[in-house]
Design a protein around this ligand. Sequence first.
Ligand code: HEC
Ligand SMILES: [Cu+2]
Length: 315
Amino acid sequence: MNWLRSIIMPEIQGWQHARDVDDLFMFILYVSIILYAIIAIGVGYFVWKYRRRRENEVTPDFSHNTMLEIVWTVIPTIPILVMFFWGFSTYMHARVAPADALEIKVVARKWGWDFTYPNGMTFGQEMHVPAGRPVKLLMISQDVIHDFYVPDFRIKQDVVPNRYSTIWFEAEGPGEHVVFCAEYCGLDHSNMLAKLVVDTEDQYQQWLERKAEEVMNMPLPELGKLLYVSKGCNSCHSVDGSRIQGPSFLGIWGQTHRFTDGTSAVVDEDYVRESVLQPAAKIVTGYEPVMPSFQGLLREREIQALAEYIKSLQP
Ligand code: HEC
Ligand SMILES: [Cu+2]
């Protein structure tokens, strides 16, 4: 009956778990079809057999049949118990990652995914993993509820704010897969996609090195743009002039800003550096002192990059 499977489910390119999920799905489908057929045929047969043939016809008065009742209770219970134990063990398998899994941190936000690798680096909307190695995702949302969904792997897990959730998989071979957000999370929900690239172990290591090198050699404004997103400045600072929690970065370079203590300063490299390392030192008038310090979280080159990026934002 593989033709039925090929109609209703996309081809699996994932891993054993995906096949288990499909097998269970097909088992439930077949059991449902068989039960439906027995009931539908039975109904049809009895409607025909006990149709009214004569005026004033009276049917025999049965109250029950113990044997029949035991049979129709016990027999359907068996496949249902199979469904439960099979489903439970498949579910547990997907929940509990092996202890030696490669851990990738995932941050979901409106509307994208950030993937942080064991070397501490984050490189944007493409996730790379090695084939043949369990990969565990430690996920959290920066804003609303999202849902990490890879149809090819048959895995799906809510990603919520204030609490970590995890999911794991082990891709069998190299290939490309799509990550969707499966929780309606606002305007650009349908564009909240990422590419999941499965490499061989060697390709994966090379990709990590090449990306790390790219970041090291990236022009400063570009690196700044990357950090603006990956370090979360974008959740409080816009680049289009609109006010979020903090002032927009658009066109502030070279301006004189006033602070709550009555002093003022020109927005330049020193000011940006101080804002990032000691945000409480100067509070822009009209704003709350809510910015966290990035002391120890940004390298000198990265601070320069952020300053260059802000400098590049002219209306
Ligand atoms: C939790 C919100 C929040 C985050 C995250 C945040 N900031 Fe801020 N930032 C603020 C607020 C609010 C102000 C205004 C009050 C103040 O001066 O502290 C501000 C002020 C600034 C200023 C001065 C702006 C001006 O108009 O004078 C700079 C520069 C700045 N932030 C840079 C950054 C950078 C770079 C990052 C990311 C590495 C970042 N901020 C992350 C909230 C945030
Ligand atoms: Cu989402």
